[in-house]
Design a protein around this ligand. Sequence first.
Ligand SMILES: Nc1ncnc2c1ncn2[C@@H]1O[C@H](COP(=O)(O)OP(=O)(O)OP(=O)(O)O)[C@@H](O)[C@H]1O
Length: 327
Amino acid sequence: MIKARGLARSFSARGRTVDAVRGVDLDVGAGELVGFLGPNGAGKTTTLRMLTTLLRPTSGEATVAGRDLLADPSGVRARIGYVAQGGGTGADCKVAEEIELQGRLYGLSKAEALRRGGELSERLDLTGLGDRLTKTLSGGQRRRLDIALGLIHSPGLIFFDEPTTGLDPQSRANLWEHIHRLHADHGVTVFLTTHYLDEADALCDRILVIDNGELVAEGSPDSLKARVSGDAVEVGTQPDQVAAAAAIARDLPGAHEVTELPGRVRFRVPRGNTATPTLLRAFDTAGIAATSMEVRRPTLDDVFLTLTGRSLRDAETAPNEETADVA
Ligand SMILES: Nc1ncnc2c1ncn2[C@@H]1O[C@H](COP(=O)(O)OP(=O)(O)OP(=O)(O)O)[C@@H](O)[C@H]1O
């Protein structure tokens, strides 16, 4: 569905060149649900805008939905759906009119646009909202309308740019369900960008991790997490027993990254649930009292940290100098 080679885009701003995307190769198969994960400014939107024909690459080539991106952009546009960040609905239009207009823009007859609109309204829980002005919709309803608009011409491939940004947790979960069904029940190929780790984890079959305009990893959420060596264990103890507790942790088979913190010790072991009974027995023998214990499977944030040396959350709060300069 998507095959891109060396896709790159630079911008000139204030006499400086920003390499927003630096030669990305992508392969997305039919029926996949792929997430493009990275911090703010990583190059996600720029890549998406290139793949959807909205921005011309500085270099590279791509085939999207069976059409050449550079030679046949209108062919690509006819075969894809795009749900942009913030959506594109007109504020003073009624929901049903907006859907019909979108259908007519894609060359459907009035009857076909109405039929398809009815089908999508039902599928996306918009039934009964046809007479409402789009500006009166809730955030979740508006986002579902944006999806209906993106699907009006029955594309086999749909792009979402940060689909749940700004939504409350319940609307996010509801939208995940709709995106999941699009893919599972209707076989639509989905490519979405997100900077939410939980979203990528919950929704995507495969994740591409982008940082500073380059792909740094790809794989299923589980295979990416398996790259992080082991579970994280954190055990609380009395402040004066931290050093002794850390010494015991260091003796556990496969223990590494043992860190002494005020009133607690943190480390990694290959399997947390088998290491902790051994640890507690050794604590007993040494007269150390554990005041708390937490075992955590690796998260996608751990993956990002392992790959880039930064936490995804830190990367978001501290954009690189180049980004800050241009923005
Ligand atoms: N039109 C532009 N002119 C100059 N620089 C730009 C332009 N568009 C994007 N950039 C820069 O390119 C880099 C990548 O931006 P992009 O919007 O693709 O990132 P992103 O990963 O989508 O981030 P976000 O999650 O914030 O949307 C950033 O440094 C950004 O400032």
